[in-house]
Design a protein around this ligand. Structure first.
Ligand code: FAD
Length: 412
């Protein structure tokens, strides 16, 4: 059996794992990422990214190339469930706490490649599925499916909604929201001709929207509460497409994009989230172990902040680890610091990260859940609230949650 020794091991090469590793690299710290797939997985095609995400992408130094590849979304238009009523439009590109808001619909593949490209070669070990974690003094023994054991001082779980690291820390399996999501994208070779706006429809039991990524690509999503007959939809893109097209309430402009979407560009999945109170008392870090991204705060996609906050996590964690490792212990010479003291420093760094992220995670998971309930529900009172009050309130709320700056990293 092979045993390898590392300082920092990250589980998962998704948005959060790549950002954490790149953040550490920018601070001059090496890490190893273990990824179960044999290449980068960009499931879900695209994601809406808010101002807070761009602050994080700036911090790790990959924002500018992505800015050039994706257009700014200037407005949000919410279509009415009442036939003939015009959509209510709100400006998204307004001035916020950190300057003008920046909102773009980013292609996941481009985002992940931009992060991966900046990592030193050999940082990601593909086909490396973590199956269990064991404690051994100051170290953690990470067992891989192929029998390899990796010994590490710091273990960071960026392994998504089914995280083995979160389970080791004592978190429960994320709960089902009782809703599912479909996502897809259509490519228009000659240009789609759409305005740079987020067109959405909420109500009658569904939430859906379209967003242009660039001049040619349009991303769409739909969330709904499946009935028992919808069971077979998830594995059948043909049926998924029919389901959207036959829904009478969806605005024609959204239907047109779904109609133009090839079958192999549609996926569906059930939605899961962490009970928010678990985030208040759970162990975000313990010893030399912690979690980020969906492993920490899986949320329903209703405020489009899961990936954005995963980017924030990566920057904050990289800074906390770097500060802990470079902090001088009162007057001591680095070489004389015992293993015990080094371990305590790292533990303090991870604790600082947990403290910085606890309330932010709680706030995002709970806002997403409540917004989803209101947007999707169908009842006279909720419809009235949603159409008369919420559409205006929503654009403001989305921008408010995006008003967060993870701070900068010292680029080495
Ligand atoms: C329908 C839907 C729409 C969304 N829309 C948006 C949006 O518009 N904006 C937004 O910001 N967010 C959005 N999100 C959320 C966003 O997709 C996630 O928050 C984000 O992808 C989380 O990234 P992550 O790196 O934490 O996890 P993941 O992307 O899940 O990555 C985890 C990685 O770990 C690997 N892995 C897992 N287990 C192991 C193991 N045992 N060993 C080794 N590797 C392992 C996986 O292969 C994967 O590569 C949406 C989510 C959904 C479901």
């Amino acid at each position: 059996m092979m045993e390898v020794v590392e300082d920092i091991v990250i589980v998962g090469a998704g948005i959060s794992g790549l950002t954490t590793s790149l953040g550490l690299h920018r601070m001059g710290i090496k890490s190893l990422i273990l990824e179960s797939s044999d290449s980068l997985r960009a499931a879900g095609f695209a994601l809406l990214t808010w101002t807070n995400a761009w602050k994080a992408l700036d911090a790790v130094g990959v924002a500018d190339s992505l800015r050039q590849q994706h257009q700014l979304i200037e407005r949000m238009a919410v279509a009415s469930a009442i036939p003939g009523e015009p959509p209510s439009e709100r400006l998204l590109k307004t001035e916020g706490k950190y300057g003008d808001h920046e909102i773009r619909c980013v292609k996941r593949k481009l985002l992940m490649e931009a992060l991966e490209r900046e990592l030193p070669s050999g940082t990601i070990r593909y086909s490396s599925k973590v199956v269990s974690i064991e404690e051994s003094g100051y170290f953690k023994l990470v067992h891989l499916a192929d029998g390899t054991i990796i010994k590490t001082k710091v273990l960071i779980g960026c392994d998504g909604v089914n995280s083995v690291v979160a389970k080791w820390l004592g978190f429960k399996k994320p709960a089902f929201a009782g809703r599912s999501a479909m996502r897809g994208y259509a490519d228009y070779k000659g240009g789609h001709g759409l305005e740079p706006r987020y067109l959405a429809f909420f109500g009658k039991g569904i939430r859906c929207g379209i967003l242009p990524c660039d001049d040619q690509t349009v991303y769409w999503f739909l969330t709904w509460t499946p009935s028992s007959q919808d069971g077979e939809l998830e594995g059948n893109p043909e049926k998924m497409k029919q389901f959207v097209l036959s829904n009478v309430h969806i605005p024609d402009q959204i239907k047109a994009v779904v109609r133009d979407t090839p079958i192999n560009s549609i996926v569906a999945s059930p939605l899961r989230y962490r009970q928010p109170w678990e985030l208040l008392w759970g162990n975000i870090s313990k010893g030399g172990v912690c979690v980020t991204g969906d492993a920490l705060h899986p949320m329903t996609p209703d405020i489009a902040q899961g990936g954005c906050s995963a980017l924030e996590d990566g920057v904050v964690l990289a800074r906390c680890i770097a500060e802990a490792l470079t902090e001088k212990l009162s007057g001591q010479i680095e070489e004389r610091i015992s293993e015990d003291e080094k371990f305590k420093k790292i533990e303090m760094g991870l604790k600082r990260y947990a403290k910085e992220r606890r309330w932010r995670s709680f706030e995002l998971v709970s806002t997403a859940y409540v917004v989803g309930l209101i947007q999707q529900s169908d009842g006279m009172i909720v419809n009235f609230i949603r159409e008369k009050i919420l559409s205006g309130f929503l654009a403001g709320l989305l921008k408010k949650r995006a008003e967060f700056s993870c701070g900068k990293l010292r680029i080495s």
